[in-house]
Design a protein. Structure first.
Length: 268
């Protein structure tokens, strides 16, 4: 089969095979022919022996074969077949009508016989004139009683609908996974920053001036408290060592002559 060179996309290309045949029959009926349907189940024969219409007018009998093809060209075999049928039924002429195109060999075969005529898609559109868009009736569901709990027939989804639904679910799942991964990465990143800051604070040295001020602010003896410690019996009291002070014999003797601090406090 040979594909058409130009594919029509109009109302005529979307009508059914039977509607196309009826339009052709109505056209010839307006031309004064008495039309007899012999194909597509309209007549007594389902096939009609390769004939779809018989046109009667006075002594004229024309057999018509309709080819509602939009994708492929009509080959020469159909032309030769109709020529044989024309001689079999004793017709005076024959017509092959297509909504598409004929092959070159088909046109050459028809040119050898003056009683056969070929009508292609452009010619039949000019003959029929404007065609209304076909109305596609939506299938109706049977009425179900309201008092019964009968369930409605299940809705069958087409393959394209199932594919689109699966693609949408996969896209949503991918977005959810990516969002979770980003949240985990952000959490780990923040935790690493906090740990690095804490480690930096622990490793930072305390300034010497701050340490000296802290030590100076602490009192050597808390006010209002008295020491309850007593020197051990028999242990001689030793003078306090003052750094940077002269340690002469007179000073040491003076310290030794003074009573211990704990004893002085007790006498008070």
């Amino acid at each position: 089969m040979t594909s058409v060179r130009h594919r029509h996309d109009d109302a005529l290309s979307r009508v059914t095979w039977g509607a196309f045949e009826h339009m052709v029959a109505e056209h010839f009926r307006r031309q004064g022919y008495r039309v007899e349907h012999t194909g597509t189940g309209e007549g007594p024969n389902l096939t009609g022996g390769g004939i779809d219409l018989k046109l009667h007018r006075e002594q004229e009998l024309v057999v018509v074969q309709c080819k509602h093809w939009n994708s492929f060209q009509v080959p020469h075999n159909d032309v030769h077949q109709l020529i044989g049928v024309m001689h079999t039924v004793g017709a005076t002429g024959a017509i092959v009508i297509t909504s598409g195109e004929f092959t070159t060999s088909a046109m050459e075969a028809a040119a050898k016989f003056r009683h056969i005529r070929l009508i292609d898609g452009k010619t039949i559109r000019a003959m029929l004139g404007p065609i209304a868009e076909p109305v596609v009736d939506a299938p109706t569901l049977p009425d179900l009683p309201t008092w019964t709990g009968a369930a409605r027939p299940p809705i069958r989804h087409t393959r394209q609908q199932r594919t689109d639904r699966a693609a949408a679910i996969a896209a949503v799942a991918a977005v959810v996974v990516m969002s979770g991964a980003l949240v985990m990465l952000y959490t780990v990143y923040i935790r690493e920053i906090q740990q690095a800051q804490m480690a930096k604070l622990r490793e930072a040295p305390v300034p010497a001036a701050t340490q000296q001020r802290t030590e100076a602010s602490l009192p050597s003896v808390l006010p209002g408290l008295t020491s309850t410690l007593r020197p051990a019996e028999g242990a001689p009291a030793k003078p306090a060592i003052v750094h940077g002070a002269p340690a002469g014999r007179d000073v040491i003797a003076e310290w030794n002559d003074k009573p211990p601090v704990a004893a002085a406090l007790k006498d008070q």
